[in-house]
Design a protein around this ligand. Structure first.
Ligand SMILES: Nc1ncnc2c1ncn2[C@@H]1O[C@H](COP(=O)(O)OP(=O)(O)O)[C@@H](O)[C@H]1O
Ligand SMILES: [Mg+2]
Length: 372
């Protein structure tokens, strides 16, 4: 595909975006693209620069340097000293808590962006009717917005963001103020609407479940920089850094040093005296002595009461049960293996008790070696 054809497929292109507030750099040389119809998520902890990135795209914040193109329209080019006004950028926005106006009807809420654009009245009516129908609220035009359920409010906010056919919709943590049950419900519904309408989106969240379930691509951000980019399955299964591994819920992370040359595609990482893990690695082979970390998901640690149930190819360790906590659908054991504290999630009903000596099996394919 030529560069021109590629550009035509991109709804958003961000290159070398940097934003400083005074002397503090909050976005540091960030580049990514969003293809038409796809959802890309910026995932990272509070303060890592997610909202500032969205505000730069929307034109509410002026970048310090970089390049932003939205659809066929150049929005910002630091080198050319060019900045397009926000209202000309063709960007829809959905905010935290949705910001639906309760004193207006559903139709008035959704029509608002068209009123600002002063479209002909008939076109406003037609477009509102059409978009409300596509989000499943066709019969709600004259309903007061104050009477809507949470899920319906989400649909109104989405309809309002989509009604002028934006190149991209920006979502800034829309679900983060909701309680857990409602959040799950709304996330499912958003997924459904995505599949049905096929809009292009940049979605910002600190919640890994939202990022994994809603995105075609996840961008993990750390301190204003991109740590890792990839499809959800890939960043979950193959984190490349300790930061991404931890942010995606890996609880067993042990720092150590590369102790032997790669063998059968496995690296040996010595994490403590007489404690070496063999694990898989993506990327160039590090040199002997390089500081690396071993990452093991807690549901990949197998416990047994006798050494007899050894698993073929696994690494075996003697362990001591230090804690046992019931979490409903699983039991989390805290184990001590040599000098390490290890978390193991097991089925409910597993019989190990605090203070008991057990055997622990960990398969090298479940050990990931990542950069520190
Ligand atoms: N207008 C501003 N002036 C100074 N610092 C700001 C401003 N807006 C955001 N920041 C800082 O930029 C960093 C990134 O903020 P933000 O983009 O809101 O992060 P996130 O949305 O990931 O939580 C934070 O340290 C925040 O304090
Ligand atoms: Mg934010």
């Amino acid at each position: 595909m030529s560069r021109l054809e590629q550009a035509a497929q991109n709804a958003v292109e961000i290159r070398n975006l940097t934003k400083k507030f005074g002397s503090v750099t909050v976005i540091d040389d960030v580049s990514f693209t969003v293809k038409r119809g796809e959802t890309v998520t910026l995932l990272g902890p509070s303060g890592c620069g997610k909202t500032t990135t969205l505000r730069c795209i929307a034109g509410l914040e002026e970048p310090t340097s970089g390049f932003i193109q939205i659809g066929d329209t150049l929005a910002f080019d630091g080198k050319a000293n060019f900045e397009l006004e926000p209202e000309k950028r063709n960007v829809g926005m959905v905010f935290q808590s949705y910001a639906i106006w309760p004193h207006m009807t559903v139709g008035e809420n959704v029509r608002f962006p068209l009123d600002i654009k002063k479209l002909p009245q008939k076109e406003r009516r037609d477009r509102v009717a059409e978009i409300l129908k596509s989000v499943g609220l066709g019969d709600y035009v004259d309903r007061p917005a104050s009477q809507l359920s949470g899920g319906q409010q989400q649909r109104v906010a989405l309809a309002r963001a989509l009604v002028f056919e934006p190149s991209v919709v920006l979502f800034d943590e829309p679900l983060s103020n909701l309680d857990a049950n409602l959040r799950d419900h709304m996330r499912n519904e958003l997924q459904d609407l995505q599949a049905r309408i096929g809009f292009t989106a940049i979605y910002v969240t600190h919640d890994q479940r939202e990022a994994l379930s809603l995105s075609d691509e996840v961008i993990v951000m750390n301190g204003g920089r991109i740590d890792q980019v990839g499809p959800p399955e890939e960043v979950f299964a193959h984190p490349k850094t300790v930061f991404t591994a931890r942010f995606l819920g890996c609880s067993n992370i042990f720092k150590g040093r590369m102790s032997a040359p790669q063998e059968h595609g496995r690296l040996s990482i010595s994490v403590a005296p007489e404690m070496t893990f063999s694990g898989r690695h993506h990327g160039d082979e590090p040199s002997i002595g390089t500081e690396m970390a071993v990452v093991i998901r807690s549901n990949k640690i197998r416990i047994s009461q006798s050494q007899g149930v050894a698993e073929a190819g696994a690494q075996h360790f003697a362990g001591l049960v230090e804690s046992k906590v019931f979490f409903g659908s699983y039991v989390e054991y805290g184990l001590r293996i040599g000098g390490l504290h290890v978390k193991a999630d097991c089925d409910v009903g597993t019989p190990y008790n605090v203070g008991e000596n057990v055997f622990v099996a960990i398969h090298p394919s479940d050990c990931l070696v990542v950069r520190v």
